[in-house]
Design a protein around this ligand. Structure first.
Ligand SMILES: Nc1ncnc2c1ncn2[C@@H]1O[C@H](COP(=O)(O)OP(=O)(O)O)[C@@H](O)[C@H]1O
Ligand SMILES: [Mg+2]
Length: 451
């Protein structure tokens, strides 16, 4: 069965880890305890061997020795000679300790030796110690007590285990819940957003860096979505508004004209007025179509090398600028790799703006320059300028500083949005410098390289 919730999975993981740690430390404790107890048994054996036996036992006089042994108590002992034969045994010679030959040799050559032996299902710790050149004293003590203590200790940890398990799983469940609470919050927020509450944000800065980073990205993403949704809404309502006003004026003037019979001149006048509305509508339609294609990435750039100066000269020949002067300052040989027809549209927009937002007798200056690996085209005018706080907005669709003036000049408010898209599509940049009352500079920087 797959474990569905992450919380349960985390809980199980924590619990398994704690249980493993519990068993590992329990094992270490038991081994340590057992070793310590063995050491103390060994010390006791050694103490008895050296203090109780060694001075008094005389291996040559057996009877005498037996008495000493009875006096000393209930430890098991025997005296073994070099050949490994048991000379005296505490169990009335009924039983002989198994003799460990290796330890016997070692005990003769070095110091006392210890061994663990098993007899009739019981374990004993045994000490081999040389009494003299010929005899080894071997005494033993039962390990029954030690083993019982070790068993009691492990029983104790078995009794504790269910409690540890219960506490660990409850704590883990709780901790996992805490660790996941930001997720739960994000989830409920995402749900609210799904139901239209795009203004909702999660608090940042309290849940630890990883979560905070995630929350920050999430919030930024929401900002982005909210902005583009709002822009979309604004755009839709702007479009309907922009289209409705020329349509209303067309409809109104036609309705008035049809109320009675009129002279030919009147119809002509009417049609001329209608034509300007229709031109306006078709301009909006063209610009919107361009932007729609741009938005949907279906505008294909047909790039080739061309001369920027020539392109600008062609535009200036075509545009109408009565009562103004245009100054051209070209640096020679400015070739750019791009879609010339679409860039022509961008520069036409900029030059038309310069001409539109200028006073009579003003000057538009067009400059081209070579930079390191780019080309800079500056279109500056001695016109009305743009208020500083409006500059960031003029590239927005339908944004106009002065709606009436723009409309009178036949503007749609889409020109700069289109221009910016074109320049960006060429990996270029467009900058604006403007002083209200004295004019504006629109600077287009295009990379010279072929992609
Ligand atoms: N050279 C300029 N001088 C002053 N204002 C300008 C200039 N170019 C653009 N603007 C401002 O930016 C607005 C947006 O420009 P644009 O997108 O081309 O729309 P429009 O159709 O109105 O020309 C204009 O309405 C105008 O207010
Ligand atoms: Mg324009």
């Amino acid at each position: 069965m797959a474990i569905k919730t992450f919380r349960l999975r985390l809980t199980l993981m924590y619990t398994v880890v704690v249980v493993l740690i519990f068993f590992a430390s329990d094992f270490v404790i038991q081994v340590q305890f057992k070793n310590k107890r063995y050491e103390s048994v060994d010390r006791e054996l050694l103490r008895e061997a050296t203090t109780e036996f060694s001075q008094e036992i005389d291996p040559t006089r057996i009877k005498n020795n037996e008495e000493i042994i009875k006096r000393v108590g209930d430890e098991y002992y025997q005296i073994i000679n070099r050949r490994g034969e048991v000379r005296i045994s505490s169990l009335n010679n009924n039983y002989l300790w198994p003799v460990n030959r290796d330890l016997l040799v070692k005990a003769f050559n070095g110091g006392p030796q210890f061994d663990t032996v098993s007899y009739k299902g019981e374990n004993y710790r045994v000490l081999y110690m040389a009494l003299n050149e010929d005899n080894i004293l071997s005494i033993g003590d039962s390990l029954k007590d030690v083993e019982e203590e070790v068993a009691a200790l492990s029983r104790l940890s078995l009794i504790f285990f269910p409690f540890i398990l219960a506490i660990t799983s409850v704590m883990s469940w709780f901790l996992a819940g805490r660790a996941l609470s930001p997720m739960v919050q994000i989830k409920s927020l995402a749900e609210q957003i799904r139901h239209g509450r795009l203004d909702r944000r999660i608090d940042v800065g309290v849940k630890g860096k990883e979560i905070d980073d995630l929350v920050k990205i999430f919030n930024e993403m929401l900002d982005g979505i909210q902005n583009s949704m709002e822009a979309q809404k604004r755009f839709t309502s702007d479009v309907s508004h922009e289209i409705r006003s020329p349509l209303t004026s067309l409809r109104g003037s036609i309705e008035v004209a049809l109320r009675k019979k009129r002279a030919t001149e009147e119809y002509e006048e009417l049609l001329r007025n209608n034509l300007s509305d229709i031109i306006r509508l078709s301009r909006i339609a063209d610009d919107l179509l361009f932007l729609a294609k741009a938005d949907n990435n279906i505008l294909e750039l047909k790039k080739h090398w061309f001369d920027v100066n020539q392109l600008l000269k062609n535009i200036i020949e075509r545009v109408r600028y009565d009562g103004l002067s245009i100054v051209e300052k070209y640096e020679e040989n400015l070739e750019v790799y791009g879609d010339s027809s679409i860039l022509e549209q961008a520069f036409t927009n900029l030059i038309n703006n310069a001409i539109k937002y200028i006073h009579r007798g003003g000057t538009v200056t067009i400059t081209t320059e070579k930079e390191d690996d780019s080309i800079k085209v500056t279109i500056s005018d001695s016109g009305i300028g743009i208020p500083e706080d409006e500059i960031p907005h003029i590239f927005e669709r339908f944004y106009r500083v002065d709606k009436e003036r723009s409309r009178k000049m036949g503007g749609t408010g889409l020109g700069l949005a289109i221009t910016q898209w074109i320049v960006n599509a060429h990996r270029g940049q467009i900058l604006v410098k403007s002083t209200i009352g004295s004019g504006s500079d629109f600077i287009v920087i295009l990379p010279k390289t072929q992609d």
